[in-house]
Structure formats: structure tokens, C-alpha cells
Design a protein around this ligand. Sequence first.
Ligand SMILES: Cc1cc2nc3c(=O)[nH]c(=O)nc-3n(C[C@H](O)[C@H](O)[C@H](O)COP(=O)(O)O)c2cc1C
Length: 153
Amino acid sequence: MCRILVIYHSQTGNTEKMAREVARGADAVDGVSATLLSASAAGIEDLLACDGIVIGSPEYFGYMAGMVKDFFDRTYEPARGRREVFRKPYGVFISAGNDGSGALRSIERICLGYPFKKVLEPLVAVGCVDESVLSRCRELGMTIAAGCEAGIY
Ligand SMILES: Cc1cc2nc3c(=O)[nH]c(=O)nc-3n(C[C@H](O)[C@H](O)[C@H](O)COP(=O)(O)O)c2cc1C
């Protein structure tokens, strides 16, 4: 079974809605099991155990949410040098009020350090999280799941 980990933080529910759809999309792929966790509940064992990771964050003050940064702070050192983490496929999605670029940039920069392998175009949703955003989230989840399951990354 191929495992996709979806981690996120959300204060007012927008990123959470997106995260649920990403996980739903991944789960819809045969042979794939998605785990949806808040960033605060996720740790190094979850990171080591997954075949691909999708990270979701709101943009707060031009940066990722503090709890997403906290996940990176807690897992970076224990992940260092681990072959399970080296070039692990990852995707990212952002919910923002009017921008999102600062949150995206900060996450992508840290992901280079693990290093994870970027296998999807990031999804940045500005404003309302409507059905078209949610459908793109499902597609993102399906895409990374299908790619990991097929071993193409
Ligand atoms: C403390 C705080 C800071 C924010 N800073 C930004 C920002 O810098 N840029 C932006 O585009 N939106 C900003 N927003 C808006 C949020 O990114 C947006 O409402 C997002 O959908 C919230 O996601 P959530 O519902 O998952 O918490 C901010 C919101 C809050 C509460």
C-alpha cells in the first residue's frame, strides 16, 4: 500500500477544507491510503512512514502558519541523512486572503533542505475556497498519489 501524508494547519477552516479534499483525492487512487493530520499532531514517524507528503498552510503575515513551521522545526534534525526522506515526493497548497506567495516561498525553501522532491505545481487559492478550488485539491491529491503508486517519481 502506498501512503500519502497530508499535513495542514487551519484557524478558520479554509486550509482544512482543502486538506480534506487533497486526502480524499489521494484515497480515491487504487492501492493508496491517505493520512490526514494537523501539522501539530504530525511528527517524524509520520514523515518516515509515508511515500509522498502534501503540505497545506494558510498564509499568515506573509509566511507559512507557525504550526507548519513547527512541524519542520521538529522533524528536520531527526530526518537528516535518513534515506526514507531523501527526495521524498511532495506537493504544497496554500490558502491566502490576497497573496500566498510568501507562504509558498517559505515552504518550498525549507523543502529543498530535507531534501524533498517537488513533483507537482503548487496550488495557491486566494480568497474564497469554493468548489473549483476543492476540485483542484482533489486533483492534486490524486496526481501525487497516482504518481507515487506508479513509482514514477
Ligand atoms: C493572523 C493572520 C494573518 C494573515 N496574513 C495574511 C497574509 O499575509 N497574506 C494573505 O494573503 N492573507 C493573510 N491572511 C488571510 C488568510 O491567509 C486567509 O484567511 C486564509 O484563508 C486562512 O486560512 P485558514 O482558514 O485555514 O486559517 C491572514 C489571516 C490571519 C488570521
